[in-house]
Structure formats: C-alpha cells, structure tokens
Design a protein around this ligand. Structure first.
Ligand code: IMP
Length: 424
C-alpha cells in the first residue's frame, strides 16, 4: 500500500506527527516538494525533533528516506540537519537516506534574492526567506543547478559561471548589491557536493523498483493545499505543487501506484505569512489560541495567524487531493471554549457562495458564514478512545464529517504519540 499525506489548509497541520504514526506501516518515506521552508515537528518520548528537509520518518529504524527530485535542497541546511542528529547520537547512512540527483540546489544567491524581491514588493508574501521561490524560478527558467551538477566540477563551474554573470548584474544594477564571487561559491558548494555524494542516486528508479518488489511507500507533503502554486491563495503561496498531484512529478512514481491519500487538518485554521484568511480571529482571541496551541512557526518562529475551521476551504482541498481519510489534529486546543464556529459559506457583495473563490478580491473581502456549535468543558487532552471524547467534541467531529463528506480516521489530542485516536 502506498500512501500520501498532505496538509489540507495552509501548512503546519501536524503532518509530522501523523506521518510519524503511519511510518510503522511503511518501508520508505519520500519528500516530493518544497525545501527547508518546511518544518515538521516530531515528538518521541520526551524528545522533540524538527525536520526541515529530511523526511519525518527518518527516526524510524529500518526505514529508507528519500528526498525526491521535486524538492529544492539547500545542501548547507541539509548537512546541518544531519549534523544536528549526529550530536543526538543518530547517524544517517546512505542506506537510510537517498537524495535525487535531479533535485535543484538552493544557492546563496537564491536566499539573498528571496529577501530582496520581498523588499521590493508592495504586497509582501511573507516568505520563509530560505530562497525557495528563486530556486524554483531558476528550475523553470532552465538555469537551475541540480544536485548531480555538484558532483561534476566541470559542469558545475560552467553553470555557476553562467548564473553569476546574469545574477551579479541584477544584484548590482537592480539591487545595488555587490554580488557573488565565482570561486568562493564554487569552492563552498563543491565541498557540499562531496559530502552528500554518497546519498545521491536516481531515486525515481529506486522507488519504482522498490514498489515493484512490494515495498510500501509514504509520500509526505510539505506546506499545505492553500500554499500550492496552482490551487493556493496565489500569490501568497509557496513555489511548488504541495497537493497530491505533486507526488508524481516530484518523485517519478506514476499516479497508478498511489493507493491512498490522507489529509491532515487542524481542528481550527492557522496561516503563517501574508495573504487572505477569511476566518481569522480577532486579536484578543487569537492570542489565547496561539498560546494554547503554541502556534509559532517551526522554521522561522513567526507567530501563526489563527482562525476558525473553514469547511469551504477544506472541502475544496479534499476534492483536489482525492482524500479518503482525514486526520483532525490539535483538537485539545479547543478545550474549554463556550462556542465553536465552523465556516460553511462565504458572503460577498450580498451574495452567498458555497465554493472556494478564484477571484483575489472576493477571497480578501468575503465574510464567512458561520455555524455555531456548543464547546466542551471536559478536556480532550490525551484521550485515545473515540468514545471517551466529550459529547460535544464528538458532535463537532460528526458535523465536520457531514460537511466534508469524508471520514475522520485519526484525531490528535496532544503532541505525544500516545495522544492519538485511531478510529478504524
Ligand atoms: P516560501 O515557501 O518561503 O517562498 O514562502 C511562501 C509562503 O508559504 C509564506 O507565506 C510562508 O510563510 C509559507 N510557508 C512556506 N513553508 C511553509 C510551511 O512549511 N508551513 C507553513 N507555511 C509555509
């Protein structure tokens, strides 16, 4: 059985915990898009780990982790992540980690350009500043540098020289910056290439062969559906396809080999960075939920914006991803509220809408239509049996199932592994 796990909101849905959980049933875990803009938190016992580039399943013994061709890799960040694990006495061998030679490399000029472009924009995206957008832009404009290039000094030097010729001119003329020295960048990245070389292979061949041999694969999405470059709240999105469709182009595994798609959602909604957010809380209540849910970005530490659950958004998300099972994360954060709201439609210029809008103005100025449900006073924190949930918590989940027309398989009631309900 091959699974995909994606986020159905704006990322940070708790995919790390869910993936870690499902990892028991799989042999191989694959990242297929994004880069170190992602931050997956996994708690094992008393230890917390945050992964940015490594698949979350890396802590599971006997599993192979793959960074697919759709991922953009900052080799410096990757090596730091591996070194961080080594400090905690976890050594990752080339048997455990396979990196696609076709993945594009985040270069130092991408990181700088990310910040400079943001500084020029009137409508700032609020990127993570990791150079993700500029790296994907180079991939599409066909001047990107791939991991395999770092292993071939001649090819790397000529591609880098071409890039710097153009980029340094932009840095100097448009941004009044110094630019980059060819030899300095070359020497630094050739060293990175040597260090990651043992992990590099053709991961598309590796994955397809493994699937043919009956191995089970888990594809782990980063970010979330509304940060998808096509279906997200463009332009306030990331630069890759974070939906299930991204699996195939980002790993080389065909759609016919994907058996099941699972989506993670929070029991409410959060978003980091700028962009429309119809169900966003007012500031006082926002502070309360942010504190309770520890809603601060795992990558940048930025406070997350928080709001009510938006069933219009999530229904759209489940459709484009073909989701069969839903995981509702962080239900415990809603403990103790008198009333809980669910957005069931939007109102724009006096008209009601049931579908997620394409028009940017409409998305920015739509008012949510809410349904109100009674909250629960008994804590759900730590509950691991569905029938032990407070009655109103079950009613809330039932209503979400009715609105979304999908069954809730997992409910997370705390950050620990044991604080999870698996219904079937
Ligand atoms: P970028 O991916 O760094 O270009 O950022 C683009 C947008 O996606 C910004 O609003 C970021 O805050 C958001 N973003 C990127 N990665 C994540 C993530 O892993 N979780 C939540 N938001 C993210």
């Amino acid at each position: 059985m091959n699974y995909v796990v994606v986020g159905a909101q704006w990322g940070d849905e708790g995919k790390g915990k869910l993936i870690d959980f499902i990892s028991d049933d799989i042999d191989i875990a694959v990242r297929f898009q994004g880069g170190n803009n992602a931050g997956h938190t996994v708690v094992v016992g008393e230890n917390e780990y945050i992964f940015h580039l490594l698949p979350s399943a890396i802590l599971h013994k006997g599993k192979v982790c793959v960074i697919g061709n759709g991922v953009v890799i900052d080799p410096k960040a990757l090596l730091e992540e591996l070194a961080g694990l080594k400090v905690r006495k976890i050594t990752i061998t080339p048997k455990q980690l396979k990196i696609s030679g076709l993945s594009h490399v985040v270069m130092p000029y991408h990181r700088i350009l990310d910040g400079l472009r943001e500084s020029k924009r009137q409508n700032k995206i609020g990127t993570t500043g990791r150079g993700i957008g500029p790296c994907y832009a180079d991939k599409v404009t066909r001047c990107g540098i791939r991991v395999i290039d770092l292993l071939n000094p001649k090819v790397f030097k000529s591609k880098l020289a071409d890039n710097l010729k153009e980029k340094n001119e932009t840095f100097q003329k448009v941004y009044k910056q110094k630019g980059f020295n060819l030899d300095t960048v070359y020497n630094e990245y050739i060293k990175y290439g040597k260090k990651i070389a043992p992990y590099v292979c053709n991961t598309a061949i590796y994955l397809n062969k493994s699937i043919q041999q009956g191995k089970a694969v888990l594809f782990e999405g980063a970010q979330g559906t509304f940060l998808d470059i096509d279906f997200g709240t463009y332009p306030f999105v990331t630069s890759s396809n974070s939906i299930v469709g991204g699996v195939c182009s980002g790993s080389g595994v065909p759609p016919t080999k994907i058996d099941k798609a699972i989506a993670a959602v929070k029991a409410y909604t959060t978003r980091v960075g700028e962009g429309p957010f119809p169900t966003e809380f007012t500031s006082k209540f926002m502070d309360e939920i942010r504190e309770k849910g520890n809603e601060f970005g795992a990558t940048t530490g930025r406070p997350r914006r928080c709001g009510w659950f938006d069933a219009v958004m999530v229904r759209y998300s489940l459709m484009v991803n073909g989701i069969s099972d839903l995981a509702i994360m962080k239900l415990d954060v809603l403990d103790g509220l008198k009333k809980i709201k669910i957005c069931v439609g939007y109102k724009y210029r006096g008209k009601e809408y049931k579908d997620f809008p394409m028009d940017f103005d409409m998305l920015c100025y739509s008012k949510p239509i809410y349904e109100e449900l009674p909250g629960w006073q008994e804590p759900v924190k730590g509950v691991s049996n569905y029938s032990d949930l407070p009655r109103n918590a079950i009613k809330y989940l039932d209503r979400l199932e009715q609105l979304l027309k999908v069954s809730v398989k997992y409910v997370s009631t705390g950050s620990k592994r044991a604080e999870t309900i698996i219904r079937y």
